[in-house]
Design a protein around this ligand. Structure first.
Ligand code: DGI
Ligand code: FE
Ligand code: FE
Length: 207
């Protein structure tokens, strides 16, 4: 696949500011992939495509969700959630991306989901902390990202959920499920490290 042609096409889908955000997410996702042992090439590809459909008219996004049989429950929640699923569909149909890991990372980059893969976590977190992001609490999430993907993501979802509560919007259930699952991972990891400290050899892949 020609990455340069893909970049040019992504760039054409969005205003300059969104393209700069996309480049920031790609740079951050590659760095997180190197730090946490994911495939940097997949991280770059998913990041470049993550907001592919963000600037498309919502009417077009809605039509694709309906006609292509994407998650219909999205239509009952904030329109900001739609571009992630539409973007995964476009990555597959326009760019022929078949790698389900990459497609899922695009599809769930906004909402999160239960049992997020390493790549899901990296794209979702890179989206929160790329260098162009400037919202209250972003510095804390950046600092947490150096220590734990899961703790940083919980802090990210907390800030999104707080914002949704303050603005009286509905919360997409998958976001609540994602946050709870990440908290469970954090707790089970801390139990594992206690067990290891007391001499037991129990290993869990996510810790
Ligand atoms: O596309 P971006 O602006 O780069 O960022 P994004 O894809 O993470 O999210 C877009 C917005 O979606 C985010 O500012 C909050 C909003 N949103 C609305 N309802 C929900 C939601 N985000 C989550 N995680 N869950 C929701 O229920
Ligand atoms: Fe997005
Ligand atoms: Fe984004």
């Amino acid at each position: 696949m020609d990455l340069e042609a893909l970049r040019e096409d992504v760039r054409r889908q969005m205003p300059d500011k969104r393209w700069r955000h996309t480049l920031g997410v790609a740079e951050t996702a590659v760095r997180l992939a190197q730090r946490y042992g994911a495939d940097p090439a997949k991280a770059e590809l998913a990041a470049l495509l993550h907001d592919y459909a963000k600037a498309w008219p919502v009417s077009r996004q809605e039509q694709i969700i309906r006609e292509q049989g994407l998650a219909q429950d999205l239509l009952d929640y904030d329109k900001e959630l739609w571009h992630a699923h539409v973007g995964a569909w476009a990555a597959k149909t326009t760019h022929g991306i078949e790698d389900e890991e990459v497609l899922d990372a695009i599809r769930y980059h906004t909402s999160g989901r239960e049992r997020m893969t390493l790549l899901d976590k990296i794209i979702c977190l890179a989206d929160y902390i790329e260098p162009g992001r400037d919202f209250p609490g972003v510095e804390r999430i950046r600092a947490l990202a150096e220590k734990s993907l899961e703790e940083a993501l919980v802090a990210g979802f907390d800030s999104t959920i707080r914002h949704l509560l303050e603005t009286g919007k509905r919360i997409y259930p998958l976001t609540v499920i994602a946050r709870n699952a990440l908290l469970a991972e954090i707790i089970s990891c801390s139990k594992t490290s206690e067990t290891e400290a007391s001499g037991w050899q129990e290993t869990r892949s996510n810790c």
